[in-house]
Design a protein around this ligand. Structure first.
Ligand code: AMP
Length: 119
């Protein structure tokens, strides 16, 4: 066991938990980018969304919906983001969804500042 989110699941690193069941965990992001910024993870290790078991993803969908209700953003709305791999800007290599809300979120231009950087 070596990844930081596995250590959070094991309780070796503390987290501010929002909701938990036997398969999934939701906790506050340590560096929030919005008034509500929660990370939602499967307890089993999957490196990223591309590696995720589609059947388990179905169950995770229900859990994420419950997190939104728990936080009171299910009606006001929220953004769900998962960064996958290098171009996605993923830093922690354990699948996680960012649930962002609590304010009207901006939508930014995701192109590199210099378009030549893309090629
Ligand atoms: P990503 O760039 O999509 O891999 O996002 C990783 C996220 O994990 C960042 O938003 C970090 O702020 C967050 N993070 C890293 N370590 C912790 C931690 N110990 N507890 C809570 N959030 C964390």
């Amino acid at each position: 066991m070596n990844c930081i989110f596995e250590k959070i699941v094991a309780g070796e690193i503390p987290s501010n938990k929002v909701l938990e069941n036997d398969k999934f965990l939701a906790f506050h992001d340590i560096n929030p980018k919005a008034p509500v910024h929660i990370l939602i993870i499967p307890k089993q290790h999957y490196a990223n969304f591309q590696e995720m078991d589609p059947a388990l993803m179905g169950e995770m969908t229900k859990f994420i919906q419950e997190v939104a209700i728990t936080l009171g953003v299910d009606k006001s709305g929220y953004r769900l983001v998962t960064n996958c791999g290098e171009n996605g800007g993923q830093e922690v290599m354990h699948l996680h969804f960012h649930l962002l809300g609590g304010t009207m979120l901006k939508w930014t231009d995701n192109h590199a500042a210099n378009t030549k950087d893309n090629f």
